[in-house]
Design a protein around this ligand. Structure first.
Ligand code: PLP
Length: 395
């Protein structure tokens, strides 16, 4: 039986994950004895190259890609920037980008500041989402024009877990001669992905979301997609990304992808069952608790729940006192508590958006942990509501 009172109950896996013990073990030789540079001519460096090759293959296998379509980067953020900026340089005559209102800041902030980064003027279409976080495909199709250089739409949302139909969207874009990028940072390793017959041109991965280390990512570039590198330098990655490889982390990511492939059924059954138990328990035992996001079209590990008339950050502080880690949908910016742009885009009422908590599970969570959280949350919410003037007015 797990001692849930003294250990951390980690339900913030969309923020980052623990490194799997098997991943650490696979990395260790490359942090100690095998420190050679894979580009070196001597055999000591040469001993490292096969490990990178194997990692590339493992990543390709997880997403149904070819090893040559995998380019290692430093992060999901770098992969996102590389894909979007590459497409804009490929089509200098086009001045339109399509994205959505719920993208991660890695895409959102780049698109918001494209004029500054490129020195050119771009027209950005930011697609609205429905109340359940899903996209209207007809409106998406109508947004594509002859001027569109690239579409960037996430595969799964980091706050709500809502999944977009990116394969269909990519086909619609390709049919119009438009490149398609998807930020799949939250999707890879959690849901099956097969790019073998997809029209997706670029796909971003981040190691630390799937039990590999922080500071390593991948940009998938479909064979035949025109590409302009973001980091120029050495000949690494066949000239597509300069810089000596982060060998140990690349090896770790390869191992993590093997583990994710093996655990995919577990993620989709056991983790989903834990998430559903947590979600149903919270929604039925706590009054005025609402689910944010589509009930079905969602990652199996994510539950985003609003507790009306209380503040998310206050809830998190109380959860923290019980050793429970999660995230809130509000962030303290410049002294004011702003509800998340994702929940605002979904039209979640102000009183609910402020009190939203994201629980994101992993294969390392147990049923005892779910029971502990279910036993703890009602008191936390009741205590905070007892202090909330809004709760008295509306209860
Ligand atoms: N995209 C999504 C959807 C994310 O959730 C994150 C991280 O939270 C990123 C991109 C950024 O990835 P990284 O931390 O590797 O830069």
């Amino acid at each position: 039986m797990t001692d849930t009172t003294s250990k951390v109950i980690y339900m913030d896996n969309n923020a980052t994950t623990r490194i799997a013990p098997e991943v650490l073990e696979a990395m260790m030789p490359y942090l100690t004895d095998l420190y050679g540079n894979p580009s070196s001519m001597h055999s000591f460096g040469g001993r490292v190259a096969p490990a990178i090759h194997a990692a590339r293959q493992a990543i390709a296998d997880l997403i149904g890609a070819e090893p040559e379509e995998i380019v290692f980067t430093s992060s999901g953020t770098e992969s996102d920037s590389t894909a979007i900026l590459s497409a804009l340089q490929t089509y200098p005559e086009k001045n339109h980008v399509v994205t959505t209102r719920v993208e991660h800041p890695a895409v959102k902030n780049l698109c918001d500041n494209l004029d500054i980064f490129t020195g050119r003027k771009y027209h950005i279409t930011r697609l609205h989402v429905n109340g359940d976080g899903t996209l209207d495909l007809q409106k998406y199709q109508d947004s594509l024009t002859d001027e569109t250089a690239i579409v960037s739409a996430m595969w799964a949302n980091n706050e709500t877990g809502v999944i977009f139909p990116v394969e269909e969207m990519a086909q619609m874009a390709n049919d119009r001669g438009i490149l398609f990028h998807t930020d799949a940072v939250q999707a890879v390793g959690k849901i099956p992905i097969d790019l073998s017959s997809s029209a997706i041109n670029f796909l971003s991965i981040s190691g630390h979301k799937l039990h590999a280390p922080k500071g390593v990512g991948v940009l998938y570039i479909r064979k035949g997609t025109p590409f302009v590198p973001f980091l120029n330098g050495g000949h690494q990655e066949h000239g597509r990304r300069g810089g000596t490889e982060n060998v140990a982390s690349i090896v770790g990511l390869g191992k993590a992808c093997q583990l994710a492939a093996a655990a995919m059924t577990e993620e989709n059954t056991r983790v989903r069952a834990l998430r559903d138990k947590l979600e149903t328990g919270l929604l039925t035992t706590i009054p005025k608790a609402l689910l944010n996001g589509h009930k079905e079209l969602r990652l199996p590990n994510t539950a985003n729940i609003s507790f009306e008339y209380v503040e998310g950050e206050a809830i998190l502080l109380h959860m923290n006192q019980h050793n429970i880690c999660a995230s809130s949908g509000s962030a303290c910016t410049s002294g004011s508590l702003e509800p998340s742009h994702v929940l605002r885009a979904m039209g979640v009422p102000f009183t609910a958006a402020h009190g939203s908590i994201r629980y994101s599970l992993s294969i390392y969570n147990s049923e005892e942990e779910i029971d502990y959280v279910l036993a703890t949350m009602p008191d936390i919410i009741a205590k905070l509501r007892a202090m909330s003037p809004f709760w008295e007015e509306n209860s």
